[in-house]
Design a protein around this ligand. Structure first.
Ligand SMILES: [Mn+2]
Length: 432
């Protein structure tokens, strides 16, 4: 491969040196504040540093809406460029060691070589994602009226075969899970038999499930609406849980934060799925109205904190089968995707760190005493604590940047990529 610009680790260290004294001061002050609450900042910083979230390969390209897409300069032209951008995000944040590929967008002829290429960049592969929500060039049958739940068995066979091929690619990449989201649904009352469509989906998923290797899982992603605006075959967590329970132990339910009705209590869904031993993991993003795919923590950081509060609680009490996979799933329409993904990784770490501050025993006592405001104040104290110095220290100690976006801009990464990557007019970005 031709020479590709990378930010020099020495440059990161130089930039960090200018901020180190201020960080030491802020970290010390936070440490003293937390010590008064009986918390050890060093133990917390170690936990924060261990937090990792996967970046989706499609996330490093500019997204779009149904109306338009406005590409930015230096966009990745394919999977090799995408891996470079993902490596840069991890280099500066030290929080994104894995990428989640999407097929066929990231298709290559040699999976072993791709795995080696990612490894040389310090990256591994997280869950693989299938795509039966659009037709590929030359595809003999169409998914226009559905895929895994299509009324025509030959279309269902094609969709099942694609998912099995995704598993095979994932095995070669070192992945351990397949995420399945289908766009199947209907736009008119009466268009689709709601029961029969779900039965056909289950039958197809049983066939995919049968192809899972040992130690693999299948993540079921539900979505309330779009592209089906009247009904969606896997619309909610109830449908997802039913499917996961019918399929077996390897099937779990994925929670995409944007795939719910507005104002849905997502943290309660998380608690229920943990209770059922069926929480697969997350697609993180934020939203205002629907599946907006905005940057994590950009609209409602308190909701994100409350989700992490459930996750930290589940980990603390060692809930059976609790091992969620974390992935970002956003569409960057007006920002540099690398900057947005770095910022989101940090916001996820922030929510995790804040949730770690909650005194679980004290909270349980307040809840048992029915002290509603006392319990709420305890949560809010954790949420309003500025843990930024802890996050920056964890990054810095791991070789990342104290201020990732500032270093990224100072290094001129995007400008260099704009020179390296001539505009082709085509890039595989998408929203799932
Ligand atoms: Mn998603």
């Amino acid at each position: 491969m031709a020479y590709a610009f990378r930010i020099d680790d020495g440059f990161v260290a130089d930039e960090n040196r200018r901020l180190a004294a201020a960080l030491d001061e802020d970290y010390g002050a936070l440490g003293r504040q937390l010590a008064r609450r009986g918390l050890d900042i060093e133990a917390l910083t170690a936990k924060v540093g261990a937090f990792a979230v996967a970046v989706p390969t499609w996330g490093v390209g500019t997204g779009g809406t149904r109306f338009a897409r406005f590409p930015g300069p230096g966009e990745p032209r394919g999977i090799h460029d995408k891996l470079q951008d993902c490596a840069t995000i991890h280099q500066l944040t030290r929080a994104t060691p894995t990428v989640s590929p999407h097929f066929p967008w990231d298709h290559v002829s040699d999976w072993a070589a791709l795995r080696e290429e990612a490894s040389s960049l310090g990256l591994g592969f997280d869950a693989v994602n299938s795509n039966t929500f659009q037709d590929q060039p030359g595809q003999p049958l169409s998914y226009k009226f559905g895929s895994l739940s299509h009324s025509d068995r030959t279309v269902r066979d094609l969709a099942v075969a694609h998912n099995v091929a995704c598993i095979e690619a994932g095995v070669a990449l070192g992945s351990r899970a397949l995420t399945v989201w289908i766009a199947d649904g209907s736009n008119f009352a009466g268009q689709s038999n709601l029961t029969a469509a779900f039965d056909r989906y289950l039958e197809s998923m049983h066939r995919i499930y049968a192809a899972l290797p040992a130690h693999w899982q299948v993540f079921i992603e539900h979505k309330l609406y779009e592209p089906g605006f009247y009904s969606t075959v896997v619309a909610d967590w109830g449908t997802s849980l039913m499917a996961a329970q019918l399929l077996g132990d390897k099937a779990k339910c994925l929670v995409d934060l944007g795939h719910h009705a507005p104002n849905t209590n997502i943290e309660m869904i998380v608690a229920r799925l943990v209770r059922a031993g069926k929480l697969a993991g997350f697609h993180f993003n934020d939203s205002r109205y629907g599946d907006d795919d905005l940057d994590s923590g950009s609209i409602d950081p308190f909701r994100l904190f409350l989700v992490f509060n459930e996750l930290v609680d589940a980990a603390a009490r060692k809930a059976p089968g609790f091992d969620p996979a974390y992935m970002i799933d956003q569409s960057h329409n007006v920002t540099d995707p690398v900057e947005s993904l770095m910022g989101s990784a940090i916001e996820l770490q922030r929510s995790h760190a804040q949730a770690l501050l909650v005194d679980r025993a004290a909270l349980a006592a307040l809840q048992d005493d029915n002290d509603a405001l006392g319990a709420h104040r305890l949560l809010k104290q954790a949420f309003t604590t500025d843990v930024s110095p802890m996050l920056a220290m964890a990054r810095s100690r791991a070789g990342g940047a104290i201020d990732p976006v500032a270093v990224y801009r100072a290094a001129g990464y995007r400008e260099r990529k704009a020179q390296e990557r001539p505009v082709t007019g085509v890039v595989s970005a998408g929203i799932v």
